[in-house]
Design a protein. Structure first.
Length: 425
């Protein structure tokens, strides 16, 4: 009964969907590497790029819109192309328990179509993880702005989102060749997927199931995915530190409330090493973090040890804006995007029910509005307010005009003059 090969067994089904040129290239490199236990799907508007794809499933989206010629770096074209092909996308995703959507943000197809692919997956109740790259700074402001818009559209749809800034490659790999540099970025995705796939599908010394993965990753927002490997006497500590620092990412594990950790080593992997690595990771996470880990023995690892860490449950939007008591922000928060939007809503709310915003007879409704300056006060059709300047005593707060002061001074006898305090000697 248990002699069935693990890759064909009835475990949770994981599908990796590459969207656009960068996403499909990432899939090609994962196929070449021999990533096991997952199904690959290539999605693109470019027919020629799909022809070269090594994925077993290929979907050309927006055939009527683009005629297979690509999106021309226009995210709106990419979005419309994916929307045109929703049925095909949903059909390809059916049967999956977990979907990874990988794309390069900033271009046309990946930027525009990734969120539509995510919508199709979420509509089917699939655990959806986005892993996207941000463009190099030298690619220009337009591409970077498109990337930010694409990420903002994808983030509220997926369960967790991992972003990889390509600029990190410049400092990390130095003068390595371009293919080698891009392979480093792909390794973050590949090893993360491999770690989760092994966690779910590969029988392990300490086995975990798909429900554990969902506990950590479902509806958690931004995520950190790190991979560390080392050998030698201090391999456990070194691999753990690499995993939590993950120099390719913008995030860190600090403050995470959910941590999924997978340790893979040779037959000599010891419980002491597992404990040492787990302690290092736990110290960086939130004190109340839910830490789930698996451990696997792979003879091919030899003297090496590999640790994959996925951390979620960050509360940065609520903790970062807080200011210490007594500061200029002590009574509120620094204006993050969400806080700013809330403030706009609060400011706009009192004006919405006003009869002056109904849209009916706008020219007639503007005249009685109390927004005119004091210079136009005599023209306002409010009978009770017109005699106010004449009735007010000269020394009262109601007398504002200098000409009125001079006129009243000339017309009234001096013995009736109430001299203001600041003129008295």
């Amino acid at each position: 009964m248990f002699e069935q090969d693990y890759e064909t067994a009835n475990f949770a089904q994981i599908k990796v969907i590459g969207v656009g040129g960068a996403g499909c290239n990432a899939i090609n490199r994962m196929v070449q590497y021999g990533l096991r236990g997952v199904e690959f799907i290539a999605v693109n508007t470019d027919r020629q790029a799909l022809y070269l794809s090594k994925s077993e499933t290929k979907i050309q989206i927006g055939e009527k819109l683009t005629r297979g010629l690509g999106a021309g770096a226009d995210p709106e074209i990419g979005r419309k192309a994916a929307d045109e092909s929703r049925e095909m996308l949903s059909e390809a995703i059916k049967g999956a328990d977990m979907v990874f959507i990988t794309a390069g943000m900033g271009g046309g197809t990946g930027t525009g179509a990734a969120s539509i692919v995510a919508e199709c997956a979420k509509e089917l109740g699939v655990l959806t993880v986005g892993v996207v790259t941000k463009p190099f700074t030298f690619e220009g402001k337009v591409r970077m702005r498109n990337a930010e818009i694409g990420i903002a559209a994808l983030k509220p749809i997926v369960d967790t989102l991992i972003t990889i800034p390509n600029d990190k490659l410049i400092d990390l790999v130095g003068r390595a060749s371009l293919p080698d540099a891009l392979r480093v970025a792909d390794d973050v995705l590949r090893q993360g997927i491999q770690g989760i796939s092994d966690l779910i599908a590969v029988p392990a010394m300490i086995n975990l199931d798909f429900a554990d993965v969902k506990t950590i990753m479902k509806e958690k927002g931004l995520a950190h995915m790190g991979i560390g490997s080392a050998n030698g006497e201090k391999r456990a500590a070194e691999a753990a530190r690499q995993a939590i620092e993950s120099p390719m990412l913008e995030t860190s594990i600090n403050g995470a409330r959910g941590v999924l950790m997978n340790i893979t080593g040779g037959p000599d992997l010891s419980l002491l090493e597992v404990n040492e690595a787990a302690e290092i990771i736990a110290e960086s996470a939130d004190p109340e973090a839910n830490i789930i880990f698996g451990a696997d023995i792979d003879e091919a690892m030899g003297d090496s040890l590999r640790i994959t860490v996925i951390a979620t449950g960050f509360e940065s939007e609520r903790t970062i804006p807080q200011a210490p008591a007594g500061s200029m922000f002590g009574g509120g928060s620094i204006f993050t995007q969400s806080a700013f939007q809330q403030q706009q809503q609060q400011q706009a709310a009192p004006f919405q029910p006003s009869p002056f915003r109904t849209g009916a007879q706008p020219q007639q409704q503007r005249q009685p509005q109390p927004f005119n300056s004091a210079a136009y006060a005599p023209r306002r059709p409010v009978a009770a307010e017109e005699p106010a300047p004449e009735a007010a005593p000269l020394g009262s707060d109601a007398a504002f005009g200098e000409s009125d002061l001079r006129r009243d001074y000339n017309e009234k006898p001096k013995n009736k003059l109430d001299v203001p305090a600041f003129l008295r000697k």
